[in-house]
Design a protein around this ligand. Structure first.
Ligand SMILES: [Zn+2]
Length: 203
């Protein structure tokens, strides 16, 4: 394969990018200065060294030291240890942080479940979630903050069901965000007031 088609192929692997768009990306790059291309490729190559996945919440965060394996939220001792809020993706966590409506800890699922998904544990981080919850001795509430789309609601139902027995035996509750986030919308795009109300109105 020639370089243009190889690069096009790489872009078609990106989420939401089709063949036409990937061709536009390649031609955009072809028009850039070599210095710009070098900077871009260097940044991509350095990502594994510059960014870590948090061992607790699994969000990505910029590394500051060599042996740092937990993000600034998970290492913040001022947070409320009784609460754990579950989101689908990093961008949702960032939106909730920006809304300043929540002061507990987080967990990033890393995806949503298709209605017919046969291996949920392979699509979302259920095993990691169970392990984190098991380590949290003072846990009183797990808040499921999935979006209002059929797949996300299905994912939320699955988590409620999966945690039911553990929650009953250990005495923590599993709640869901309240109304306010409109149908079809993503947490990541909800405004701060809406998120604040949804967290306050959780049930
Ligand atoms: Zn973390």
């Amino acid at each position: 394969m020639d370089p243009i088609h190889r690069l096009e192929y790489f872009f078609t692997q990106f989420p939401g990018v089709g063949a036409r768009q990937s061709r536009r990306f390649v031609y955009y790059l072809l028009k850039q200065q070599p210095q710009h291309l070098n900077e871009l490729s260097r940044l991509i190559a350095q990502l594994p060294d510059l960014v870590s996945e948090c061992a607790d919440c699994h969000r990505f965060f910029p590394k500051r030291g060599n042996h740092q394996d937990r993000c600034p939220v998970c290492t913040d001792a001022q947070r409320d240890v009784s609460q754990l809020l579950i989101v689908e993706k990093d961008a949702d966590l960032e939106a909730i942080e920006r809304a300043h409506a929540y002061n507990g800890y987080y967990f990033v699922l890393g995806g949503t479940l298709g209605i017919l998904e046969k291996n949920p544990e392979r699509v979302i981080r259920m095993n990691e979630l169970r392990k984190l919850i098991a380590r949290k001795q003072s846990l009183k509430e797990v808040i499921v903050a999935t979006a209002v789309t059929p797949e996300s609601e299905h994912t939320g139902d699955y988590i409620h069901e999966a945690l039911r027995d553990d929650a009953a035996s250990r005495g923590y509750s599993v709640t869901t965000l309240g109304r306010g986030i409109s149908t079809g919308s993503e947490i990541e795009y909800a405004d701060a007031d809406t998120l604040r109300n949804a967290i306050i109105g959780r049930k």
